[in-house]
Design a binder for this molecule. Structure first.
Ligand SMILES: [Zn+2]
Length: 221
């Protein structure tokens, strides 16, 4: 790879579009089974969904319950992550080595966030309880306790290695932006079927919930 201003070629638009189609298909298969959660009291902001350009591209920003939105953003985020990982492995040796080292460093402990379905991926592992009672223990604590001791201290990076790593981190960031833009463009093409599915499977459930709520709120006659 050459130094300087050369921009990494983004993956073929077709490669992104095919993955987006498959991701939207999977979300559409999941959606009919969705029901309003029993944990409605969640108030913490989700960093993945709040203000996400993915939801704008999908045409459902601010219009669906968080879990419905999150299931879609997580699937799309996985596509971006995978493409960036592949690119890093192929083209960014210093960053790849750093990330691989980090992984070796952290594996072996209990990882509560590993292998989750996309609907739960990236969500708070220990959401606040409804009644404000603390959990007896938290998943985060358990993960912390079971983390193995680091095997050996890692040798510090030289100045050149740090410099190279910094460049590759920037490169990976640019690549991720390019992929994200391509992905949003592809996702916008699925807007009609995404919105149709929301109208069919989500909106009636929300209306029913609101109707029930307003019945309870009616003053006794
Ligand atoms: Zn979210």
């Amino acid at each position: 790879m050459t130094e300087g201003a050369d921009r990494a070629p983004a993956p073929g638009a077709d490669a992104v579009a095919d993955r987006v189609t498959a991701g939207v298909d999977a979300w559409l298969r999941w959606l009919p089974a969705w029901q309003p959660g029993t944990h409605r009291g969640r108030s913490r902001m989700c960093r993945r969904c709040t203000g996400s350009p993915l939801l704008v591209a999908a045409g459902i920003e601010g219009e669906v319950p968080h879990q419905v939105a999150h299931a879609l953003t997580s699937r799309m985020q996985r596509i971006i992550d995978r493409l960036v990982d592949d690119y890093t492995e192929r083209e960014l040796p210093a960053l790849h080595a750093e990330l691989t080292g980090e992984q070796l460093w952290h594996t072996g402990g209990f990882e509560p966030g590993a292998g989750l379905d996309p609907e739960y991926d990236g969500l708070d592992l220990d959401p606040e309880t409804e009644d404000g009672q603390p959990f007896l223990f938290t998943m985060a604590e358990l993960a912390e306790q079971s983390k193995p001791e680091p095997p050996l201290p890692r040798p510090p990076l030289s100045r050149e290695e740090k410099q190279r790593l910094r460049q590759e981190v920037e490169e990976a960031g640019r690549y991720a932006d390019d992929v994200g833009q391509q992905l949003c463009f592809a996702l916008a093409g699925h807007r009609p079927r995404i919105r149709a599915a929301v109208a069919r499977f989500v909106e009636p459930q929300i209306r029913a919930m609101l109707d029930e709520l307003s019945q309870h709120l009616e003053p006794p006659s």
